[in-house]
Design a binder for this molecule. Structure first.
Ligand code: HEC
Ligand code: HEC
Ligand code: HEC
Length: 320
């Protein structure tokens, strides 16, 4: 027993050691930080990994924090400059350095104004997102049909319950410095060390407002009748299951939705092929319950928005 314990402790130490070593060798964020210091002279922060410890209680799990490193590259001095200036810099830097900024802004309907706060009714100065509009209680009502019966889904918004400004002491405001980034962006959290920028940017919802609105519309029109009004499942499996959401990557969701039952993972099911027919598929009357849709019903962009919409069920409050 003692020996097992010692072996496990040693293993833990080795793993922590490897993680620390990786952190110091894979520092693609250093260049971004140095650039930032040049752009904003007088920025008051050390050039080393910058982390944010979100202030809401759901960000604490037992004795540890859900730490995010988005700020190590984006606004490393957010704690000194505060949410309003940080929000300005996020937009400015994006249009200055992102090579495809114009295209991204166009595709995702970006306004170029980054929210600094979450407030009850939103505001433009300082820019804030409206909890009344995008909060957990009610976003929009969508209707969908199951077995010929019309149902109405009262859809929870993209901002989780713990960001509700009315649950705060009067006079306090929720800035992006205390919220963190992934609540709205649904990022890959500590993905920084392994593959740099790309990895840090997996699963980002760049514009929750747009992805959410457009995603909900597509979902209630095409998917809810089989996967449920809250993603709880029905004819098809639940899509809001935290274990599945955490387990499957973007690529899996992309294949499921694009190819449906024409891909090997879903042979013989009734999941439609929304984006085309899987390469190598041939109709098999003994196996297949239906003929595949001959041409794409949804575009790759629409499928991407749907994946982001499904991912909103994987929210901060429930994912370990
Ligand atoms: C290793 C540095 C680095 C880290 C860590 C990082 N980013 Fe970025 N990010 C960049 C750079 C560089 C750009 C492109 C220029 C810009 O917008 O400043 C960018 C662009 C973006 C964009 C614009 C859309 C896009 O994909 O180009 C979003 C949104 C974004 N980052 C959010 C995040 C979030 C949320 C996190 C934490 C999960 C994060 N970033 C972590 C460096 C980083
Ligand atoms: C309250 C929700 C929220 C939080 C918290 C948040 N963002 Fe955003 N983010 C947005 C929205 C909404 C947009 C789209 C803004 C627009 O229309 O241009 C956006 C856009 C961006 C962009 C693209 C530039 C732009 O202004 O469009 C970057 C980069 C970005 N966010 C990074 C971050 C980082 C890094 C953090 C953490 C410090 C963060 N965001 C925190 C909601 C949020
Ligand atoms: C006719 C009913 C039906 C419709 C409509 C439908 N699905 Fe499905 N879906 C299914 C079934 C059944 C499966 C399970 C396939 C299997 O078990 O191989 C499935 C599987 C999936 C999966 C894989 C889930 C997992 O965890 O394994 C995803 C993701 C998915 N569907 C998304 C969608 C989206 C997005 C839409 C709308 C564009 C949609 N579905 C429309 C029936 C449907």
């Amino acid at each position: 027993m003692t020996r097992l314990f010692l072996a496990l402790s040693a293993l833990t130490l080795i793993l922590v050691g490897i993680a620390a070593a990786k952190d110091t060798t894979d520092r693609q964020y250093l260049a971004a930080q140095e650039q930032y210091q040049k752009d904003y002279p007088g920025s008051n922060f050390n050039v080393q990994v910058q982390q944010l410890f979100p202030a809401f209680s759901a960000a604490t799990v037992g004795t540890s924090f859900r730490v995010e490193r988005c700020i190590s590259c984006h606004v490393p001095d957010i704690q000194t400059i505060g949410p309003v200036i940080a929000a300005q810099r996020l937009s400015t830097d994006f249009f200055r350095y992102e090579p495809n900024a114009t295209q991204i802004a166009h595709d995702y309907h970006l306004t170029g104004v980054h929210p600094a706060y979450v407030t009850l009714n939103g505001s433009t100065s300082p820019p804030a997102m409206s909890y009344a509009q995008y909060g957990a209680d009610n976003f929009h009502s969508y209707s969908y049909v199951v077995n010929g019966k019309k149902q109405t889904a009262a859809l929870g918004g993209p901002l989780p319950l713990f960001l509700n400004p009315t649950s705060l002491p009067p006079g306090t405001q929720q800035g992006i410095d205390s919220i963190g980034c992934v609540v709205c962006h649904n990022g890959n959290r500590l993905g920084l060390a392994l593959a740099g920028i790309d990895n840090a940017h997996e699963n980002l919802i760049i514009n929750p407002t747009y992805a959410f609105t457009a995603g909900a519309e597509l979902y209630y029109k095409n998917c809810a009748q089989c996967h449920g009004g809250q993603g709880e499942g029905g004819v098809g499996p639940p899509l809001n299951n935290q274990d599945r959401l955490g387990f499957y990557n973007e690529d899996f969701y992309n294949r499921c939705i694009t190819y449906g039952f024409t891909d090997f993972e879903h042979y013989g099911s009734v999941m439609p092929n929304w984006g085309g027919i899987a390469p190598g598929y041939t109709y098999d009357s003994a196996r297949d319950k239906q003929m595949p849709l001959p041409s794409s019903v949804l575009s790759p962009t629409q499928i991407q928005i749907l994946i982001q919409f499904i991912r909103h069920w994987e929210n901060y409050a429930t994912v370990p």
